[in-house]
Design a protein around this ligand. Structure first.
Ligand code: PEP
Length: 264
């Protein structure tokens, strides 16, 4: 992945049914002006991925899975594999805090999912971030370090070029344990520096400079510019505000370099 493109990812979570997702895409496609320096990714319900993949203009939007199982085939009732998603999605969220904390995805599961995505030519967006209590106890650096090392344990330098990291403090997510007290840009900067330092330690300075790191948690049209202006931030992962096509388009517009939002 190259940092030349700002990545704006919509995580619709368990919202919008197949028909609503299709209507939303139709509406968003009319609003969004494509720019070479911005990549827009939509993560709908798994049910809608197949139909949206046929409807979408892949030059305008890419698709992402919100989750998948790490085995490629077999007796895993109810699961969807990265092999089955291959060719339908270009990205997949891995280790989202709701997967970690509601569904108890372990570090081992997350590491295996990162591997499964890479093996199936899907770019994993590895989500990491501390809970409200970990934040209050000053454990942010340790949590981010452990989740990063855990998730990337088997990833080679070459594979890392096809991995995106998303820093999402759980306490700042609108449906998270702090109910969306938006983070401060200076604190985001500090944590993303910790992430890049850890990547430097694991993979060297070039990898630390080139890895794409997104910020997510309570991003909306009013605060998106402030987060995008942070030099360490290469894009946004948007939950609640991505459910409204007009709001999401306002966020997308701010990612384009000609929009007036300059890196500080
Ligand atoms: C998320 O959970 O991925 C997220 C970014 O949520 P929100 O924007 O609603 O805080």
């Amino acid at each position: 992945m190259s940092r030349d493109k700002t990545l704006i990812v919509a995580n619709w979570k368990m919202n919008l049914n197949v028909g609503e997702a299709s209507l939303y895409l139709h509406q968003l496609a009319k609003l969004v002006k494509s720019h070479r320096d911005v990549e827009v990714v939509l993560a709908p319900t798994a049910l809608a991925l197949q139909s949206l993949s046929l409807q979408v203009n892949s030059r305008q939007f890419k698709l992402a899975a919100q989750n998948f199982y790490w085995r490629d085939h077999g007796p895993y009732t109810g699961e969807i594999s990265a092999t089955q998603l291959r060719g339908i999605v270009q990205y997949a969220l891995v280790g989202h805090s709701e997967r970690r904390h509601v569904f108890h995805d372990s570090d081992k599961d997350i590491r295996a999912k990162v591997q499964a995505a890479i093996r199936n030519h899907i770019i994993p967006i590895l989500c990491i971030g501390e809970t409200a209590s970990e934040h209050a106890d000053g454990e942010t650096r340790d949590v981010v370090h452990d989740q990063l090392v855990g998730g990337l344990a088997n990833v080679t330098s070459e594979e890392l070029e096809h991995v995106v990291i998303a820093y999402e403090p759980v306490w700042a997510i609108s449906a998270g344990d702090g109910r969306g007290r938006a983070d401060k840009p200076e604190d985001v900067t500090a944590v993303i520096r910790v992430i890049r330092n850890q990547i430097k330690h694991l993979y060297g300075p070039k990898a630390a400079e080139s890895i794409q790191v997104l910020y997510g948690a309570s991003v909306n049209p009013d605060n998106a510019a402030a987060f995008l202006a942070i030099p360490e931030v290469d894009g946004l992962l948007v939950g609640g505000a991505s459910l409204n096509a007009h709001d999401f388009n306002e966020i997308i517009k701010k990612a384009h370099k000609g929009s007036g939002v300059a890196k500080v």
